[in-house]
Unconditional design. Structure first.
Length: 263
């Protein structure tokens, strides 16, 4: 009986913590939306965060995107070769990148490189009482710290996704040419034939939502940090795990809504 009661207590405690974290993050996001009216006055900070989130991630995005395109082309091309249909590898690469892999791969990169750093930075400021100092000076931490980060990441993730799709398509072309023996002109002809407007805007919409999720979760975990350096590490780890799980779940539902019609 004690084991059952402890198990029920554990489950209930976890549910309460998840609901509390979710509520905190949603309220933070709503407060950020209120301070969007100050975006122009905070444009310098927004551009700084855009540089950190976008430009500094280009090298990693380039490498990951290039090899993602190569892997997609190789794996699908080898199967298509069994039916002498490897010329259609460009159709699969561009469709997969624009619909799913482009925004997802880019989001994973941003979570690892930007989201974790964002959570650690905010958490360090929280445990060192810099956040409290801003509040005592009647400076809203959300207006000064959070809003520029969420806006910047929401803008840069769709832009980085476009870049990822472009580099991934080039990676696929290299494999198609030298391993599947598909000429560049044939490959790119099939790419353009399969490039659908719906796939592009759904992919970019996913990237926008992923950007909001990563930035808001990272900032919320940072603001909730306690207990010194241990709390900073815990906030960083939790933000990465939570962001990763959320983009998987939300990504599925977005695809189901736009393509499946049902869940």
């Amino acid at each position: 009986m004690k084991i059952v009661s402890k198990f029920i207590f554990f489950i209930g405690d976890r549910i309460i913590k998840v609901v509390e974290k979710s509520g905190f993050t949603i309220i933070l996001l709503l407060k950020t939306a209120y301070y969007l009216k100050n975006s122009f006055s905070k444009s310098k900070k927004i551009f700084e965060q855009m540089y950190i989130a976008g430009v500094k991630s280009l090298v990693v995005c380039s490498i990951v995107a290039f090899f993602t395109g190569m892997i997609l082309a190789l794996q699908t091309g080898l199967e298509l070769m069994q039916f002498q249909q490897q010329a259609f590898v460009g159709n699969i690469v561009i469709s997969t990148l624009t619909r799913e892999m482009g925004p997802f791969v880019t989001a994973i990169i941003i979570i690892a490189s930007v989201g974790s750093a964002m959570a650690a930075e905010i958490a360090t400021m929280k445990v060192s009482e810099e956040i409290d100092a801003l509040s005592m000076m009647t400076i809203s931490p959300i207006k000064f710290l959070i809003m520029p980060r969420i806006v910047a990441l929401s803008i840069m993730l769709p832009m980085a996704t476009i870049y990822t799709n472009f580099i991934g398509t080039i990676g696929g072309a290299v494999v198609a040419k030298y391993q599947l023996h598909v000429p560049y002109d044939i490959y790119y002809m099939h790419v353009l034939d399969s490039l659908q407007f719906k796939a592009v805007y759904v992919g970019l919409f996913k990237a926008l939502i992923f950007g909001i999720i990563i930035s808001s979760v990272s900032c919320a975990e940072g603001l909730r940090a306690t207990n010194g350096a241990i709390g900073v590490g815990r906030a960083t780890r939790t933000s990465v795990v939570s962001s990763f799980l959320l983009i998987l779940i939300i990504g599925y539902f977005i695809t189901a809504i736009f393509y499946g019609g049902t869940f």
